[in-house]
Design a protein around this ligand. Structure first.
Ligand SMILES: [Zn+2]
Ligand SMILES: [Zn+2]
Length: 172
C-alpha cells in the first residue's frame, strides 16, 4: 500500500483497509493475529509536509511472560504523524528531534502498511502480562499458581512450621 506523494489528491486520500500481517513482522514474536490489522488512515499533503493520521485496530493473542498462558490483547490506537521530505533529515537536529510524531518520506513515497505496522509495534507492552497481578508459575513444579497454590508451596510452609515447632520445643 504505497502512496505516491506527488499523486495525492488535493483534498487528501482516505483509506480503510485490512492488512494481513505475519507474526514475524511484529516485535512480539510469540503473538498470533486473531484478526487482521484494520487501519483507517488519511493522508494529506500541505506544501512538502504530509500529514498521516488515523487509527489501527486488531486483536492478538499474546503469551503471558509470567505464567505462559495465552491471553487476548486488543489494539485500538490512534496516531497523528507528520512526514517531511528526506532532504530535511539532515536538519533533524534543528527540528524537535525528540518528537516521535515526525518522520521522513523517501523517494517521494510513503508505505502505509509500514506505517500501520510501526504504530502497532508501539502499542505493545515490554513484558506482556495476562493481568497486572499474575502470580506466574511455580519455579519447582511449573504449575500455574493463578489457579491455586501448588503442592510445593504448602509442603514448604508445612516443613517450615515443623522446624519452627521443634525450635520452640528446644527453647523450653
Ligand atoms: Zn499470566
Ligand atoms: Zn510447585
Amino acid at each position: 500500500m504505497i502512496v505516491d506523494i506527488d499523486r495525492l489528491p488535493r483534498e487528501g486520500l482516505k483509506i480503510s483497509k485490512d492488512f494481513e500481517l505475519l507474526h514475524d513482522e511484529i516485535i512480539e514474536e510469540d503473538a498470533v493475529f486473531l484478526l487482521p490489522l484494520h487501519a483507517d488512515i488519511t493522508v494529506k499533503k500541505v506544501g512538502e509536509e504530509v500529514y498521516v493520521k488515523g487509527k489501527i485496530q486488531t486483536l492478538l493473542s499474546f503469551v503471558c511472560s509470567r505464567c505462559l498462558v495465552p491471553f487476548e490483547f486488543p489494539v485500538d490506537s490512534a496516531f497523528d504523524l507528520v512526514y517531511l521530505p528526506e532532504e530535511l533529515e539532515m536538519a533533524k537536529e534543528e527540528l524537535d528531534s525528540d518528537d516521535l510524531n515526525i518522520s521522513f518520506y523517501y523517494s517521494r513515497k510513503i508505505d502505509l502498511r509500514e506505517v500501520a505496522l510501526e504504530q502497532l509495534n508501539l502499542t505493545f507492552p515490554v513484558k506482556p502480562l495476562c493481568s497486572e497481578d499474575c502470580q506466574g508459575i511455580c519455579p519447582v513444579c511449573g504449575k500455574n499458581i493463578n489457579s491455586g497454590d501448588c503442592a510445593c508451596v504448602t509442603k514448604d510452609s508445612d516443613s517450615r512450621m515443623e522446624k519452627l515447632k521443634i525450635f520452640m520445643k528446644d527453647e523450653r
